[in-house]
Design a protein around this ligand. Structure first.
Ligand code: URA
Length: 443
């Protein structure tokens, strides 16, 4: 007979759990035979004593298999099934461009995304700003859109990795989120239940990142590449910079506009472009669509230059009940904030250089405007945010705004402006720029 307390005791004493014990515990999470207290106790024991490679693989497998695993018959899907996951950041709208780029290059992208919580944004919230967009379709519609458009970006659906929902909810309230094996199993169980051939991870590093240090970001990236690979999915990872917002804009509808401008070639922020292209290249390599880095780069550029990535995005929006002419007239559909005001640096900083952002605080300024959640059931104001943020390294000049605050409430706009100004450090001389991509990890 299996007793969850035996697994908790073993892990408390830093012993290794067997595959059978881990599967039993995960089954107990799903059928409620393991209590919340027991989940919390095991999570804390893992937090302190870790898990070795075999245990992490077993936990990922057990959580993946706790629900449905999607399948994509080769007779209907003639390319690899690919996806990407980011540990989250500010102005990180990559998914909205990356999915369509991969689709335009011959991959299929069944992307299941989450909502924002805390200082980082969520892809699903961004998509909510497209009127009519159906982000919780039934399974048949989901598959049909993936087949026709090559990409469907939707919310958590049906019964994928249900064990993670309960496990994560308990970790969230017991200070046990920050454990590399638990994060690895949580992320990978959900992604692998999509039935992928290839996965690329974007692990953020910096003062707006979820991981607390560069070393931890790197450790997580290595672990995910290794466990994903051992579970049969070609997995690679980039460790990318989050010491400043990835794009010049943060806020839901504002980022969707930015994504459309990117896909249609109207405007591309340099850092956002670099990360999007690099992740697309890794995806094409992991799915075997491209044979070399150069080949992959050429395919990505072609998908953007010919407009075929933009067409895939438009098709996905149309098939999921959004407006058929969304990418031709995004401003017609996206709601705009009533107050849009410039932020200027105090005169004493003129001619100095913008040298650092406290990126997490910028995310919190967007939350303060109503664009993000403090708790899971908060309703968002999708129109608010901060746009045209000045990149690090810029020399300040009189009359040039540092950014524009977009909000609907006078008091919230004033607070967000102060938060934004306090999130900046100015220096007499320019500091060397941060790299955009720190590491590339493949198996
Ligand atoms: N994101 C997840 O999906 N799971 C974690 O454990 C941490 C971040």
């Amino acid at each position: 007979m299996y007793l969850p307390q035996d697994s908790i005791r073993k892990k408390r004493d830093a012993l290794q759990l067997t595959e059978w014990e881990i599967h039993q515990f995960v089954n107990g999470i799903c059928d409620d035979s393991v209590s919340e207290g027991q989940i919390a106790a095991l999570a804390m024991a893992i937090y302190f004593n870790g898990m070795n490679a075999d245990e992490t693989i077993s936990l990922t497998q057990a959580m993946r298999d706790s629900g449905d695993v999607l399948s994509w018959p080769k007779s209907e899907f003639d390319g690899p099934i690919l996806d990407k996951h980011s540990t989250g950041g500010i102005g990180d709208v990559v998914s909205l461009m990356l999915g369509p780029i991969i689709a335009a290059c011959g991959g299929y992208v069944p992307m299941i995304s989450g909502r924002g919580l805390g200082h980082t944004g969520g892809t699903l919230d961004k998509l909510d700003s497209i009127p009519g967009y159906q982000s919780t379709p039934d399974n048949d519609t989901f598959k049909n859109v993936v087949k026709k458009a090559g990409v469907a970006i939707i919310g958590q659906t049906g019964n994928l990795a249900p064990a993670d929902r309960r496990f994560y909810a308990t970790r969230d309230i017991t200070a046990t989120v920050e454990s590399i094996p638990l994060i690895t199993a949580s992320i990978l169980s959900k992604k692998l239940s999509e039935g992928l051939d290839g996965l690329v991870m974007d692990v953020k590093s910096g003062n707006g990142a979820f991981m607390p240090s560069h070393a931890k970001s790197l450790e997580l990236a290595r672990k995910i590449v290794s466990v994903g690979g051992q579970l049969g999915v070609s997995t690679s990872a980039l460790v990318t910079d989050m010491n400043e917002p990835l794009a010049s804009t943060a806020g839901n509808a504002l980022e969707v506009k930015l994504a459309v401008d990117y896909l249609t070639g109207r405007h591309r922020d340099a850092r956002l472009h670099e990360v999007t292209q690099a992740l697309a290249v890794e995806s094409l390599l992991s799915g075997g669509i491209a044979k070399s880095l150069d080949d992959a780069k050429q395919r990505v550029i072609k998908a953007l230059d010919t407009g075929s990535a933009a067409e895939r995005f438009a098709e996905m929006v149309r098939l999921l009940n959004g407006p058929a002419d969304f990418i031709e007239r995004p401003e017609h559909y996206l709601s705009e904030a009533k107050i849009i005001e410039p932020v200027y640096a105090p005169d004493k900083h003129l001619d100095m250089y913008l040298s650092e952002y406290d990126t997490r605080s910028i995310g919190m300024a967007v939350v303060q405007l109503g664009g993000g959640r403090r708790k899971a059931d908060d309703t968002l104001d999708l129109s608010v945010g901060i746009k045209h943020m000045t990149p690090l390294g810029t020399q300040l000049s009189k009359g040039r705004p540092l950014a524009w605050i977009c909000g609907n409430d006078r008091c919230k706009v004033d607070i967000a402006r102060e938060m934004f100004l306090s999130a900046m450090t100015f220096t007499e001389t320019a500091l060397p720029p941060n790299p955009v991509i720190y590491e590339r990890l493949t198996r």
